[in-house]
Design a binder for this molecule. Structure first.
Ligand SMILES: [Zn+2]
Length: 241
């Protein structure tokens, strides 16, 4: 169960972010993709990014959490991370028609502090909303609307349920495996996965979760500042595992 003050802090943080968004737009930032190879500097918690590339707002197997967020420049990553994401989403959608992943916040084109997040600074971090399924087993998404803080205000219970929707732990594990596989081919690795600690045993007990192997060691099993029930946070790192 999430403590009330935590839930309130979570909602306040995103509500404030939404209010500030027009201010950023008013400053007239226009983000471009220069096509040059990316360079990550520092760490996810304190770093920056050169030649960041935007994640396309939609494509095979994925869609953005917010076209506004994307147009504000909040979905930039290292080019290799972008390629890994796109390849993994497309592979999952090809294997399970109807499944798509909702991509959340990633980072600024030049990295650096990314309020209200505590990382996402060097282009190697991304939030992905958890895959859901309905009572008939069909793929479903976390809804991302302004009135639910673009999805970040959605609360799932300790078993990953929300009404008649349930977190599809097996599909999530399959995505993590696909990301790791695609990352390896680009000399990247998954360094850290944040998900609500109560979900870790459920994830690892799913059919695909039992096959995660060494990747399961990247899953953080203690509470962090944000309850990662509606999304997983992933930090990639440069260099093979
Ligand atoms: Zn995150």
């Amino acid at each position: 169960m999430q403590r009330p003050h935590r839930r309130l802090a979570k909602r306040l943080a995103l509500a404030a972010g939404l209010l500030l968004a027009p201010v950023v737009v008013a400053h007239g930032r226009v983000w471009l993709d220069d096509g040059a190879p990316s360079e990550s500097v520092g760490s996810p918690g304190e770093g920056r990014l050169r030649h960041g590339h935007p994640i396309p707002p939609s494509g095979p197997g994925h869609v953005t959490y917010s076209y506004l967020g994307a147009s504000l420049g909040r979905q930039y990553v290292h080019g290799a991370v972008r390629d890994v994401l796109l390849e993994a989403f497309a592979a999952r959608a090809a294997e399970r028609p109807g499944r798509r992943f909702v991509v959340g916040e990633a980072g600024w084109p030049r990295g650096g502090p990314f309020w209200p997040h505590r990382s996402h600074e060097n282009g190697l971090s991304v939030d992905i909303f958890v895959p859901l399924r309905d009572s008939a087993g069909r793929p479903a998404d976390v809804p991302t609307y302004p009135w639910n803080q673009l999805g970040y205000g959605v609360e799932l219970d300790a078993a990953g349920r929300r009404g008649d929707l349930t977190l599809d732990f097996d599909d999530l594990a399959r995505l993590l495996s696909a990301l790791e596989e695609k990352a390896r081919s680009k000399r990247l690795r998954i360094q850290r996965i944040l998900i609500a600690p109560e979900y870790v045993p459920l994830l690892l007990a799913s059919p695909a979760g039992r096959e995660l192997g060494a990747l399961s060691r990247a899953i953080v099993r203690v509470p962090v500042w944000w309850r990662h029930d509606e999304h997983v946070h992933i930090d990639f790192a440069l260099g093979a595992r």
